[in-house]
Design a protein around this ligand. Sequence first.
Ligand SMILES: [Zn+2]
Ligand SMILES: [Zn+2]
Length: 257
Amino acid sequence: MVDERDEERLLSLAAERFERRLAEEISGFRVEVAQDFAKVRVEIHEGDAGLRVEMHEGFAGLRREMGGMRVELLRWSFLFWVGQSAPWRDCWPSCSTRLVASALEILARCPQCDAGLPVRGDDAPDAIKCGRCGHGLALRVSDAVRADHAVDRCPVCDGADFYIRKDFDPTIGLTVVVIGALVSGVFYWFGNDLVAYGILATAVFVDLIVYGRLKDLTVCYRCHTEFRGAYARAASAFDLHTADVLEQEYERKIGRR
Ligand SMILES: [Zn+2]
Ligand SMILES: [Zn+2]
């Protein structure tokens, strides 16, 4: 009896101890799992935050670059407009051609048929004959024109009033910019604004280069004789009123009116 009771107590004691041990183990395991999960959660959070920071920085950089491109485009447009109007532009084509030794070229206008008659300034004869209509034309070339120093007096009409214009067809440059604007407008419409800006900038740039490389030539208001050379440009831009007055004066003089 005593043994049985002792045995029972021993068993229950063992069971109790086992249960307590089990409980301890389980709680310990739970703490470990909880700690691991917490660690994983912190890592995920940190990784996520890092990714978010990286993306944010990347986008900010991209936005900065786009902003920079816009600034660059504005700068180019500004250069373009400055290039169109600045007084130094009138200097440099003649300054650069001064390095190349070449004679002043005169393109005389036949008063009879308006044909262009090319003559070299340094060895211009006293008179030429129009190749188209046979009209004889006296040339009084001044020393300054002959030496390619200045256009002071017109060899054809003796006039001293000239204007300066670019040696090209002005519609070419305008056409480049207009076509560029239209094409870039199409890209802009479809939301491709970077391409649109690129095309517009390229068109402006091409026009800038073409226009910048063109030289000025001097034209006689009266008889429309043209002067190309390295001489210093002294005439001003075209004035319609002056042209009206002087052309009529010349045409009365040569008997066209
Ligand atoms: Zn002629
Ligand atoms: Zn003239």
